[in-house]
Design a binder for this molecule. Sequence first.
Ligand code: FES
Length: 286
Amino acid sequence: MTDIQLGMPQLPGPEYPAEVRTRLEADAREVISRYPDSRSALLPLLHLVQSEEGYVTRTGLQFCADMLELTTAEVTAVATFYSMYRRKPSGDYQVGVCTNTLCAVLGGDEIFDALQKHLGVGNSETTEDGKVTLEHIECNAACDFAPVVMVNWEFFDNQTIESAKKLVDDLRAGREVAPTRGAPLCDFKKTARILAGFPDERPGAIEASGSAGDASLAGLRLAKGVTEGGTVPPRTEPPLDAAQAPEDEQAPPTHPSSHDAPQKSAASDPEHPAGPVSRESEEGER
Ligand code: FES
């Protein structure tokens, strides 16, 4: 295990070659200029150094610290907190299988298990050819397309064991794969540079940005009351007259709504008062 994995303050890493350092410094200054306080640029700078070497190295940590006048311990604390920063060399394609609740019950767990066997790697491990790093990931707000697999943070919706195996086979063989929606796929280093805030130059990326899938759009239409026959005004409930509400739904004056009111609690039940039981009442019960 490396010292960055342990989250320990870092010894200085080897220097970037002069040409690399000059180029990264120019990029970093551009990023820093977007923020009123330079330390706010730490997250994009970590993506920037990740775009250089594929993960956050000790050299990258030291570079961020130098540029932002932070300690390496401060930079390390941030880099080890967020899961989007890699802490060891990894593959060109990070294949993340969502194993949060909805994806898991709809097949995400089975897909992850099948990919582990198919690729011969465990969680956060990389295939021998250096192409694919397999990870299980948390919910990416794409639950309406569960089970979801992400490759370098691009969506592959409604996956099955077979489609996921084909996906990783295609990635390893260098065949072109297209995400279900959104921008085209690129390798991890290029993705990291885009996340650092530099222009996304992939053909079609601008047109695809902000696109949503059919299931999300259908939900949006329903929320807006739009049907094939036209727009339906949103359903409104007439306000409930407090005096007409059933007794058990009326809010006591000290509570802002009936939902906040204690229902059957010791405070509202004189048969079972709250508080310590007195010795007399204990003895009376014997
Ligand atoms: S649970 Fe998988 S995207 Fe939400």
